[in-house]
Design a protein around this ligand. Structure first.
Ligand SMILES: [Zn+2]
Length: 445
């Protein structure tokens, strides 16, 4: 036994019951054991907790003696992480630079022309992304299934449904000005098809792309779909170009619509009335629950609307920094949002906006832990708050059972992650101050 602990070895990983002894076991609810031990039983894709506590507590469980064992004396165990906003179909593009002076539209052009358009290639890119997510300890995703050449596809949903991940595949769509009807009927057909698909751990949702590319009537159609059980997401208040377009119907976003021949003057019915993007969507947000990505641009009135309408924020800290959002709007107001009672989950956005290490599974891949560490280092945000953002808030946003992310006997976990300890006073501080990549213990990656 001592020899096993010293070498961090595993014994009998094939057995259905596994015991892990670690430096600590911590979740975002109330579990906080140090040293901590966990006894779990594999049940299909879930891992039911038989016992948890200090090692002596777990010793008392009758299944402990015959369990496979892993000793991780330098690691903190946390629940599997949730990436509430990502674009796995862009994974093949890899990390790319952003030229701040050129603004958002040339970057979007680069993504649009570089993305795959065929289902087989899209699925391959999604599978690459899934592997990078799992390398970073992620067990559930809110994945935005893009619409290459304006055509939504179920290929990302199918790739996700076959993987070990849970979550939602949000079908993204564009629709403002000309051509809305054709897009809507294609989406209706896909939703009808998805209704008949085996549901499993992944559901289909809808993602109107953003207020500058989707008209209010089309947003209302999406909101009505929530009553049919489809979760909703959208990009919101992300860029200064979006702010300008919604407020005054001018700027690069207007030029983009004109370039594609989509502009028509009826757009002015809803756009160009001096509104902030969040105020522009206020009625839609009040009519259905949305997960809104980014909200880099948030004044007090926007925070009040988001709190009142029950929206969840999917904040992508490194993406915001990559696009220089702070230079346009000031520091992201996620702490003000939390103080206003708004749930804030974490996302990575796509790999395109992540550092080069994100493309390397050995360096942690596309990790929500790295988003938490980024905020911990930059803002000194409380570590347990960050773990809540990276687990429970994301689970709630995706409609997942939160007991899959809470260390309590009887709960069925979606995953367990081991994080090497760095410096710090509490185990969770030590997990967030380390730079070592996490390791997903269950499910095996
Ligand atoms: Zn996004």
């Amino acid at each position: 036994m001592k020899a096993i602990r010293k070498t961090c070895a595993s014994s009998r990983p094939d057995l259905p019951v596994q015991r892990i002894d670690a430096l600590a076991v911590v979740d975002a609810a109330s579990a906080n054991w140090s040293p901590g031990s966990l006894l779990v039983e594999r049940r299909g894709r879930h891992f039911r907790i038989l016992a948890i506590g200090v090692p002596a507590d777990v010793d008392r469980h009758p299944a402990s003696a015959g369990a496979g064992r892993t000793s991780l004396p330098d690691s903190i165990l946390i629940p599997g992480l949730v990436n509430a906003h990502t674009h796995l179909d862009l994974t093949h593009l890899g990390p790319r630079p952003f030229r701040f002076e050129e603004g958002f539209v040339p970057w979007v052009d680069m993504v649009r022309t570089g993305r795959h358009a065929e289902d087989a290639q899209i699925a391959e890119s999604v599978r690459l992304g899934i592997a990078l997510c799992m390398a970073g300890g992620t067990v559930a995703v809110g994945d935005i299934a893009g619409a290459p050449r304006g055509r939504a596809t179920l290929a990302p949903f199918q790739a996700l449904a076959e993987s070990g991940l849970a979550g939602v595949s949000f079908l993204e769509f564009f629709g403002i000005g000309r051509g809305v009807e054709a897009t809507q009927s294609r989406l209706e057909a896909l939703l009808a098809k998805a209704d008949g698909s085996p549901s499993g751990a992944v559901r289909i949702g809808l993602q109107p792309h953003a207020p500058n590319t989707v008209g209010l009537p089309f947003y209302r159609w999406a909101a009505a779909s929530a009553a049919r059980g489809f979760p909703l997401s959208t990009h919101l208040a992300e860029t200064p170009e979006e702010r300008e377009f919604i407020r005054s119907a001018t700027g690069p976003q207007r030029e983009l619509l004109e370039r594609f021949g989509l502009w028509e003057d009826s757009i002015l019915e809803h756009i160009g009335h001096g509104h902030h993007p969040v105020a522009h969507l206020a009625d839609v947000l009040a009519s259905a629950r949305f997960t809104v990505a980014h909200v880099n641009d948030a004044d007090d009135a926007a925070i009040e609307i988001l709190a009142r309408t029950g929206a969840t924020i999917a904040y992508c800290p490194r993406a915001s920094a990559y696009f220089g959002a702070e230079r346009h709007f000031g520091p992201h107001r996620y702490r003000d949002m939390l103080a206003a009672g708004i749930p804030v989950a974490l996302g990575t956005d796509s790999i395109v906006n992540l550092p080069p290490e994100a493309a390397d599974p050995a360096k942690g891949g596309m990790s929500i832990l790295d988003e938490m560490r980024f905020l911990f280092a930059r803002d000194r945000t409380d570590a347990r708050t960050l773990l809540r953002m990276g687990t429970l808030a994301g689970a709630d946003a995706l409609g997942l059972d939160r007991s899959g992310f809470i260390f309590e006997p009887g709960n069925s976990l979606l995953g367990v992650v081991a994080v090497s300890a760095g410096k710090g006073t509490t185990p969770l501080d030590r997990a967030l101050s380390s730079s070592k990549p996490p390791r997903l213990l269950f499910p095996e990656n």
